[in-house]
Every structure is written in C-alpha cells, then in structure tokens.
Design a protein around this ligand. Structure first.
Ligand SMILES: C[S@@+](CC[C@H](N)C(=O)[O-])C[C@H]1O[C@@H](n2cnc3c(N)ncnc32)[C@H](O)[C@@H]1O
Length: 549
C-alpha cells in the first residue's frame, strides 16, 4: 500500500507538483485568517507550567506586494468565474491586505478543486475576518450549486474584554464553509441527543415502567393523492400512513393508542428508540482546546480532535484519503490516522513538521513512522546546506527536530547562545527536571563555538550541552569537548558526555543525543495515546431518521 505523505513546503507548489487530479476524498483546510497577529507558540515549560515562548510559528499577515500582484494576474488571465470574482473584489478592496490574502487563497482553492474526486467534499475553516469573502471565492471555484452548509462552530463561551472598552458582541464562533465537488458525495448523518426542553415538550407521556413516548400522527400525509390506503382503525376511517397488514402488526405490538373512543388513533413513539436529532449547522457541543486539555501541544492554532473527528466521519468512509494543506501541528492527520483514513499533510514550517512527527509517534507508537513518508525535508548534507542558505530558522527547527529538541528563537538575556532545549528525567517520580541545551551551527565550525557552549552549560547549570554542526569537528575541538567531562545521573554508575558534538551527517544517519532515557522525556507536551473508542457513534449509510417499522 502507498504510504501516507507529509510535505514540507508551500502548498501551492506541492499541490501543483505532487498531487494528482481527482485523488483526494476529503479536504479540510484551516489557513491563516489574515488576523494581523503573529501567533506565538506555547510549549510545556520546564516546571510543567506553560508560558508564551518566543517562537513565531508563522506570520499571519498579508500585504499587497509583487507576489500578490503576480498571483492576482495569474488568476485573472485564466478567465472564468474565479477571474470575475477576483476582478470584482479588486474594484472593492483595491490593494488592501485583504485583497492580498484572497490573491493567495484563490490559486490554492483552484488546485484543491482539481485534486478532489467527483465524490469528494471540502471544509474551509475560517472566521468572520474573511469568511464572507472566502464564501464568494468558494462559490466561484466550487459553484453555488455545491455549497452545502455554512457551519458555525462555537469555539469559546464568552469574551470578557468589555471591561477594556470593547463595544461589540463577543466573537465566539468560527465558520466552516462546506462544499461538495459533485452529486455523489459521502454524507454519513450524525445524530446528537435531543435537548431537554424538546424532550419535555414532546415526549411527555410515560409507560408504567417510566419509558417516555410521544403520540405521533398515523395518518398518511397527502391523503388519497399520495396513494395512502383508506380503511378503518378502532372505529375511525382515515387515509393511513401504513398498509392494513402493517397497521395490524403495530396494534398487536401495543404501539397504537386511542385516547378516547372516536379519537384518531396515534402511534406510540418511544424516546429510547430514536437516534437523536440529525446534527444541524450550529455546533456548540465541541469545546476549544483549553489550557489544561490533554491533547494540547502548544501550537497556537491547534484545533480540537473532536471537531476533526466529526468532519472526517461525516464526509468520508474507511480507507478514504484526507488532505490538509495547512496542517499545522497535524490535528486532521492524527485523527485521520486513528480513523483508518489515508492522509496527506502539507505545512510550510519545519516547526509544524517536527511537531507532527512527535505527535504521531506519541499517539501511535514509533512504528507509525514506517507508514508515512516525509517529503521536502533535507535527506542529505547538500540538502541541509541548501536549507541553511535559504532560511536559517527553518534549518534550526529542522536540525533540532532531528535531535528531538524544541527550538528557542529569541536570543536575549539568559537564553544567549542557546538555540534549543530538551528536558529529561532520570530520577524517581517527583525528581528534578534536567536539561540539555543545544547550539546549532550551520556555518564554519570553530573552536570558540565549543568553548562558548561549555561556558553556557556552566551558566545554565545544564546537565548536557549539544553542538549540532554542519561541519565535522576537528581533533582539538573533540579534545575540548572531552575536557568537559561526564554527567552522572544520581544513584547510577552511568556516564554521559557533558558536551557532545553531533554533525548533521551523523544525525541524518540516525545518531542520537546520548542522555539518560530512564523516564519519558518532558520536552514537548506529549500527544495522548490515541483512543480507540469513538466519541460520536454515527450510523453509517443512514441519512433519514428511520420509520418505526
Ligand atoms: C491555522 S494553522 C493550522 C492549524 C491546524 N489546523 C492544527 O490543528 O494544528 C495554519 C498553518 O498553515 C501553515 N501555512 C501557512 N501558509 C502556508 C503555505 N503557503 N503552505 C503550507 N502551509 C502554510 C502555517 O505554517 C500554519 O501551521
């Protein structure tokens, strides 16, 4: 079987170069929203508390520039509906940041339409900042005919910024724009429990044993014109919903009730036999990921697994291929893996790709790595050198993820000389959290780098320091590293070099940092082990509430 795929890169390029026409069953995309805000990544801190750390995951800001102009012209020159929509937007929005955002989204939506199967569906997750424009763009790409729903997800309970002078209603909802590509799309109806007020209003009768029921109409809607049979039941002649034979079965089963002689008999519909209400387009039953949530990984825009579980179960079946072209820390991917779907994920930062790898391993075990390939990451030294040349931070994130460390971006104050950290525990429960500090050198490696790191280890009182270098260390550098001595975990005779130099080539060959692995390391907030049990039971293939017989 083909492996699942995780791509590092710009999704427009990846879609154009790697993803075949009509090869995907379901697309979920959660692009940046043009919210004019830089998202900060939060990681589990050393003491287990979380605080805002300094890494900028991606800049959620768009500006009108040459790239936007080029993207716009390319779309307009193609002609057709999308071109018309974009020209109309331009008249209205000019060269604004919103226009730049739409010019970024338009070619991607066109590619997503191309890769979706005729039976496929797409969910675009957005918020009120851009949802109205995006809906028009989606109409242009997928046609209004295949617009299915605008889903409102109530993602938080209330905002309390009125005290800060805000004069508007709190924004507590995100929007999911749901479109199908054609008529034969998959839709597995979800039923949710009735609200108590509804139960109290309609299911107000009880049997002696307390079973609640509702007296429902038994006459056939449309009467004779709809072919309903006319006959007499309990002395009342009507056009009935069921044949005479079926009616006799219902009467024999005690399901037909006549309140008073002469009244029209009614059907006894038990509450406990009903599947619930088919899910509507307002979703208020899925909580956001709160600060204490087990699944929280520290990625700023992480979405709850239950939300993705709902989307994937409703709009795809076992074995279907799910694509998330803005996959972040991999919520859609992890849920697709758990639900036995195949998946393709794309993200433009190594931070996201590194987190996804860790998340999958934590949730499904190390063997999950055999089931997917990572495309676009450096696989050899020249590739690593190219990445370092293109973008220093991407290189650092990637190199640190090879060593299982978390990145640390801003070098100010106490963090001087540190690019990443890795925490570990080597004492019984309750013991101190120990740290390994990392320094990454993409350029020419010098003896001072080794000496400096030795100083930083002392200053930070770190147990171990690791220098990740593109170049191989010279003999004097190795000697200098050896002079730093060993770290010895309390109560053991084990010894671990206090200063380790790992070259990129060694890391690519699978060499690891040498440190005590007595307990699970505490660097990243771990993804919980995947649950088997489904949160929501969805009768597959249904679509209608079943009639009683
Ligand atoms: C809102 S986040 C997605 C969060 C995700 N749903 C989750 O649960 O973690 C958007 C992601 O899109 C990525 N991104 C932005 N522009 C991109 C592009 N052109 N190609 C691929 N990924 C991109 C960002 O790096 C970021 O991780």
């Amino acid at each position: 079987m083909e492996k699942n795929q995780l791509y590092y890169g710009d999704n427009l390029t990846v879609l154009r170069e790697h993803i075949k026409d009509e090869s995907v069953d379901l697309i979920y995309l959660d692009p940046p929203f043009n919210s004019r805000q830089d998202y900060n990544v939060l990681f589990a801190e050393r003491d287990g508390a979380r605080s805002a750390s300094q890494i900028m995951a991606f800049e959620d800001t768009w500006e009108w520039n040459m790239d936007a102009e080029r993207a716009y012209e390319e779309i307009v020159e193609r002609g057709g509906r999308v071109s018309d929509a974009m020209r109309a937007f331009r008249t209205f929005l000019g060269h604004s940041d919103m226009m730049a955002y739409l010019a970024m989204m338009a070619p991607r939506l066109i590619e997503l339409h191309r890769v979706l199967k005729e039976t496929g569906s797409i969910y675009l997750h957005c918020d009120p900042t851009a949802s109205h424009y995006l809906k028009m763009l989606m109409d242009a790409v997928f046609t209004p005919q295949y617009f299915r729903n605008e889903i409102t997800w109530k993602r938080s309970h209330a905002h309390s910024d009125s005290k800060q002078g805000r004069k508007a209603y709190g924004n507590v909802a995100d929007t999911l724009l749901y479109y199908a590509k054609g008529d034969g799309y998959v839709f597995n109806t979800v039923f949710v429990p009735y609200e108590q007020a509804y139960i109290d209003k309609y299911y107000r009768y009880r049997d002696a044993d307390g079973r609640r029921y509702w007296l429902d109409n038994l006459t056939g809607p449309g009467g004779a014109s709809k072919g309903n049979p006319l006959y007499e039941v309990m002395g009342v002649s009507r056009y009935w919903r069921y044949s005479k034979v079926k009616m006799s079965e219902l009467i024999a089963a005690g399901r037909v009730v006549q309140n008073k002689p002469g009244n029209v008999p009614q059907y006894k519909r038990y509450l406990d036999e009903m599947p619930g209400v088919p899910l509507q387009n307002i979703w208020a039953d899925i909580d956001p990921i709160n600060m204490m949530a087990k699944e929280r990984l520290g990625y700023p825009t992480q979405k709850p697994e239950v939300l993705l579980e709902r989307v994937i179960r409703v709009s795809s079946n076992d074995g279907a291929t799910v694509l998330d072209p803005f996959c972040g820390c991999g919520t859609a991917i992890s849920v697709a893996q758990r639900l036995n779907r195949r998946w393709i994920g794309i993200d433009i930062t190594h931070l996201a790709i590194g987190l996804i790898k860790t998340r999958l391993a934590d949730a499904f075990g190390d063997s999950v790595r055999e089931t997917y390939e990572v495309i676009g990451e450096p696989v050899d030294l020249p590739g690593a050198e190219k990445l370092a040349e293109e973008d220093k931070y991407q290189f650092q994130w990637w190199a640190l993820s090879l060593a299982g460390a978390r990145p640390l971006e801003k070098k100010k104050g106490a963090d001087q000389g540190i690019d990443g950290r890795l925490y570990f525990h080597d004492e019984a429960k309750g013991g101190e959290t120990k740290q390994i500090i990392f320094s990454v050198k993409a350029g020419h490696l010098m003896a001072t780098h080794v000496r400096d790191l030795r100083g930083v280890i002392e200053r930070e009182k770190a147990e171990i320091g690791v220098l990740i270098s593109m170049e191989l260390p010279t003999k004097p550098m190795k000697r200098e590293a050896a002079e730093a001595g060993f770290y010895q975990p309390p109560g053991t005779t084990d010894k671990f070099p206090r200063l380790q130099i790992l070259s990129i080539a060694e890391l690519l060959e699978g060499k690891k940092v040498d440190y005590p692995h007595y307990a699970a390391d505490a660097t990243f907030k771990k993804a919980p082990k995947s649950r088997k049990a489904a949160e929501e039971q969805i009768p597959l293939g249904g679509g209608e509430i079943e009639e009683p017989f």
